[in-house]
Write a protein that binds this ligand. Structure first.
Ligand SMILES: Nc1ncnc2c1ncn2[C@@H]1O[C@H](COP(=O)(O)OP(=O)(O)OP(=O)(O)O)[C@@H](O)[C@H]1O
Length: 312
């Protein structure tokens, strides 16, 4: 378990992390989301004792990271897959890490197998693709068989097979009862992988809730999709009833916060034909954009305002 309490980090004038409080529970995959510069990496570094908080505290498995006797056996992390000696082979990198952390050397071949590095493990790291570096970084995180795992953007540089492999791996790790904190900017992947979400913006907590709660919360309401040969007439009629209407790129309309019956009835009233009418759930990407809308530092003109807040 990871317990974050009032965690704050000030870099000069920048408050990178601002009074964050949340728990990362064992047996679940917790997705850690936020726009660029929101403070995810800084938070993860503080969890791992690599950065000192300006205020607040973090406990990993009940203790501050610095007080863990054998840290790699308690918490493993993939933070920066580039941070490996380029002249060493992947296997040697793992052997050095095992030796310095008092981990039996037989674990090295176990984790090489587990991450599918195979014969490449004997080649120098400088010849590795980004995907292979990610696998090596994950192997290093798993080396001490830790109960707590932090993965910062583990899907970066992986092909579709690699992404699927990560999804299965983190699921298995959580099912074994481990605590897994995972950051990714790939929303569709996160939607399929995480059980719980912690969302931050500008260093502050925006949401700490289960995936189900986030998806069914204020911002995750259903939408009605309607196709009509007279979209302008129907959109006008729906707007006059106070409904939020967005045109899609395919000439259809998306209507928020209502039912298919209402949209069908309005179409009938104004004498507009309906060629398709369906109810859709928002994707995590849409919910996320709604939630983080005003915490994006450099917003593209015309993007929507945030619609809601989800808290545990
Ligand atoms: N060592 C540092 N010195 C000064 N400012 C820093 C330092 N590290 C991070 N920051 C600033 O703190 C804020 C949070 O950065 P951080 O890298 O934690 O965000 P992030 O959510 O991980 O972003 P990204 O998704 O882009 O990696 C940013 O404004 C960043 O510029």
């Amino acid at each position: 378990m990871i317990e974050v309490r009032g965690l704050t980090k000030q870099y000069g004038a920048v408050r990178a992390v601002d009074d964050l409080t949340f728990d990362v529970e064992p047996g679940t995959v917790t997705g850690f989301l936020g726009p660029n510069g929101a403070g995810k990496s800084t938070t993860m570094r503080m969890i791992l004792g690599l950065d000192r908080p300006t205020a607040g505290s973090v406990l990993v498995a009940g203790r501050p990271f610095a007080e863990l006797g054998e840290p790699l056996r308690t918490a493993g992390a993939l933070l920066d897959a580039g941070a490996v000696h380029p002249g060493r082979s992947g296997r040697d990198h793992l052997r050095v890490a095992a030796r310095t952390h008092g981990i039996p050397l037989r674990r090295v071949d176990d984790v090489i197998d587990q991450v599918g590095l195979g014969p490449a493990a004997r080649r120098r790291v400088k010849g590795y693709s980004l995907g292979m570096r990610q696998r090596l970084g994950i192997a290093t995180a798993l080396l001490g068989d830790p109960a707590v795992l932090l993965f910062d953007e583990p899907m970066n540089g992986l092909d579709l097979d690699g992404v699927r492999w990560i999804r299965r791996l983190v699921r298995e790790l959580a099912d074994e009862g481990r605590t897994v904190l995972l950051s990714s900017h790939l929303m569709s992947e996160m939607e399929q992988t995480a059980d719980h979400l912690v969302i931050i913006g500008r260093g502050r907590l925006i949401a700490d809730a289960s995936m189900q709660e986030v998806m069914s919360g204020a911002a995750g309401q259903r939408q009605v999709r309607v196709r009509t040969p007279a979209p302008d007439d129907l959109a006008g009629a729906l707007l006059r009833r106070g409904l939020r209407v967005k045109p899609t790129d395919h000439g259809e309309l998306l209507v928020d916060g209502t039912t298919a019956e209402t949209v069908g009835d309005v179409a009938l009233e104004v004498g507009v034909a309906v060629h398709r009418l369906s109810v859709e759930h928002s994707s995590l990407e849409e919910v996320y954009l709604d939630l983080t809308g005003d915490s994006v530092q450099y917003r593209v003109a015309g993007t929507p305002e945030p619609a809601g807040l989800v808290q545990r």
